[in-house]
Design a protein around this ligand. Structure first.
Ligand SMILES: [Mg+2]
Length: 216
């Protein structure tokens, strides 16, 4: 019995230590974190595959097949068709019925109650994605948020700093590698088939994990 008691005590001590170190290293203030949209907030893959099928009659593609950020590199589909599919998602994601990823809406709504949300996207058009965010998050959550449509994949650091953030979640690992070189920014790679095993940066694989990091 004494041995068992010692064992339990040891386990508790280890748990306490682990919890404390997590508190110090991992606590992210809701006001310090920002988000990319496609592949992080939005299930762009699901919408892409669905539109390919509906608009062009292409079937048999699954999310696991999209292992490159540039989908032309992994799917044997005409570039014009890929462009046409993305055009639908860029110009009217609400009509395209693009969905949020599991947990994204509830975590963002909770974060949004504590600090203004910031979204920085490489999309060139701001209005359609603003409408989509307002549609999925609700106007109340969206109206206090900050949305930047850069029209470019590179150079997010400038906007992240301007928004006063220290953490940024993005599914494009090249973006995160660039951010990692900045002393004041910690990138978090949102795990997707196109970034798996391609980097050594800190990653998150769900919105539950993001909620835990922010101690929601
Ligand atoms: Mg993205």
């Amino acid at each position: 019995m004494q041995l068992l008691a010692m064992f339990v005590k040891d386990v508790r001590r280890t748990e306490q230590k682990y919890r404390n170190s997590q508190d110090i290293i991992m606590r992210i203030e809701p006001s310090a974190i920002g988000f990319d949209i496609d592949g992080v907030v939005a299930d762009t893959t699901e919408a892409f595959i669905r539109i390919l099928n509906k608009k062009y009659g292409i079937s048999g593609i699954t999310a696991a097949d999209i292992v490159e950020f540039d989908v032309c590199q992994c799917l044997n589909i005409e570039p014009e068709i890929v462009e046409g599919t993305f055009a639908a998602l860029l110009t009217d994601p609400v009509a395209a019925e693009m969905r949020p990823l599991p947990g994204a809406v509830s975590v963002l709504q909770r974060l949004g109650r504590q600090a203004p949300l910031t979204f920085i996207t490489a999309r060139p058009l701001r209005r359609p994605i603003a409408d989509w965010l307002s549609h999925v998050l609700g106007r109340g959550t969206f109206q206090n948020s900050n949305l930047i449509a850069m029209g470019d994949h590179d150079g997010k650091a400038r906007h992240i700093r301007k928004a006063g953030l220290n953490y940024f979640v993005d599914d494009r690992y090249e973006t995160c590698v660039e951010l990692e070189t900045k002393e004041d920014i910690t990138p978090l790679v949102f795990t997707q088939p196109w970034n798996k095993g391609r980097h050594q940066l800190q990653s998150v694989s769900s919105w539950l994990e993001i909620a835990q990091l922010c101690h929601l």
